[in-house]
Design a protein around this ligand. Structure first.
Ligand SMILES: *Cc1c(COP(=O)(O)O)cnc(C)c1O
Length: 462
């Protein structure tokens, strides 16, 4: 099992061939889900005492299991937030797997951590964060938001000198915030005050100021963070980050900016102004696995003052403390940067490496251009919707989400159409909700998605 044998060569060829063929498929099949019964019938029992052998297990994957997994990089996969990893990032994901790197500590992974930190530095610079900023790649935006908010609460309690160690914390966010913020609050047993978003789902200065003015003394005491969203997931609009920064400064609390989806827009000069104010945040996240062309799972979490995060997150144990004493003399220096210390985790894959390798391969300019390309496709798509008499645009796109209604359709009509599109391998566009209304929503993060793809979908909605 651990030594190459007679079967190894054939398996190597087959696995590498499979991976390379899949990377090069343009476009890949959209595929569709199967029921547990269908999968049981087609795949049969795969875990047996003797083993299937690698070639047979690969056959089951390729013939049965993979076709039952949607290809998120299909150009007409436009639901939720798709992904469109670059060729270099995917190929390097194979290398990361082959390299057996423990990505948690500098001692064990200095080279990988150096490279991950280069990629984080690029993002920190795009946001205008200071040289001391830094962070870590975590599994996704949900983990990133929770880790940032744990650090925020830590700083609040630290500053209170023990007065708030048992106080239930409170965070302020907007109605457009992602569900993972509420989930973080549940996990932390904290409260959330939600600022009513404007009709497009945006946090505005006036609504924020009004909500802040209504906080009572107890709530102000308990408040430890303001959370703004730089790219809401449903409608793709950016909160007023300068207003959020002003409010956080006035209140003396942490500002976290959730850019899991939209943070990638920092690379695009045509929309960079939407992010003004992010440079004053205490932390932000952006998911390279969303709109920065990296494979799952990858969320970049960046702190203005990583020392706070380190105090909040470092685990102490007999067998671990060697990691923290070895280089104590240089605890502020990048050369003892332990990624484990900056989030709610310990063991970790060096998951920032595929993104790093792709950035190193293509250069940062290619990223700005690819993001701009998706913005152009989005605007072309919005124009097509405006021009179609059976459709109506619901929200003017700010990033790369187009939300629109099919005039005269009920929720059931939308669902029937969506199911048929997926069944026929045409597109994956699930209904979303806008207030009480069922609507359609495209999220365009794939530079391979063209206006023709969108026109074909519009045709099918007649
Ligand atoms: C997608 C998203 C998240 C959650 O990210 P995961 O990587 O799916 O955990 C959080 N916030 C926003 C704004 C998002 O769009």
């Amino acid at each position: 099992m651990h030594r190459p044998d007679a079967a190894s060569e054939a398996l190597t060829d087959a696995v590498v061939r499979y991976a390379v063929d899949r990377v090069r498929m343009m476009p890949p099949p959209l595929d569709h889900p199967l029921s547990p019964d269908e999968l049981r019938e087609r795949a049969g029992r795969t875990i047996t005492p003797e083993g299937l052998g690698g070639l047979e297990a690969l056959r089951v994957f390729g013939d049965v299991l993979a076709p039952a997994c949607l290809s998120v990089d299909h150009p007409r996969y436009l639901s939720f937030v798709p992904a469109a990893p670059t060729e270099a990032s995917i190929l390097f994901d194979l290398v990361v797997g082959a390299s057996s790197i423990y990505g948690g500590s500098w001692l064990e992974a200095s080279g990988a951590v150096y490279a991950e930190n280069e990629a984080l530095r690029w993002l920190a610079d795009l946001a205008g964060f200071p040289p001391a900023a830094g962070g870590v790649f975590v599994s996704g935006g949900t983990a990133g938001n929770l880790s940032a908010l744990l650090a925020a609460r830590w700083r609040w309690r630290e500053r209170a000198g023990g007065r708030h160690d048992r106080t239930r914390g409170l965070m302020l966010t907007s109605g457009g915030a992602h569900s993972s913020v509420a989930q973080a609050a549940r996990a932390m047993d904290a409260d959330v005050v939600s600022v009513p978003a404007d009709p497009r789902g945006k946090l505005t200065r006036s609504a924020l100021d009004a909500t802040v003015a209504r906080l009572d003394d107890d709530e102000r005491e308990r408040l430890f963070a303001v959370i703004a969203t730089s790219g809401t997931t449903n409608a793709g609009v950016v909160d007023d980050l300068a207003a959020a920064a002003d409010a956080a400064a006035d209140l003396g609390v942490w500002l976290h900016v959730d850019g899991a989806y939209g943070g990638a827009g920092l690379t695009a000069s045509s929309i960079r102004h939407l992010y003004d104010g992010i440079e004053r945040a205490d932390s932000f996240i952006v998911d390279p696995h969303k709109w920065l062309f990296a494979p799952y799972d990858s969320c970049a979490l960046v702190y203005r003052d990583p020392a706070v995060a380190r105090r909040a997150h470092t685990q102490h144990a007999e067998y671990l403390d060697v990691l923290h004493t070895e280089h104590e003399h240089a605890s502020q220096n990048a050369f003892d940067w332990n990624p484990s210390d900056y989030a709610h985790h310990l063991s970790r894959r060096a998951r920032g490496l595929p993104f790093w390798f792709s950035l190193a391969t293509y250069g940062t300019e290619a990223y700005g251009e690819a993001v701009e390309a998706t913005l152009r496709t989005t605007h072309a798509g919005a124009e097509l919707v405006r021009a179609a008499e059976h459709l109506e645009l619901v929200v003017e796109p700010e990033l790369t989400i187009v939300m629109f209604r099919r005039l005269g359709w009920t929720a059931a009509d939308y669902q029937r159409w969506s199911d048929a599109q997926l069944r026929d391998g045409e597109s994956f566009v699930t209904p979303s909700a806008w207030g009480d209304e069922t609507v359609l929503r495209w999220c365009i993060v794939n530079p391979e998605t063209t206006p023709d793809d969108l026109a074909a979908i519009i045709d099918s909605l007649r």
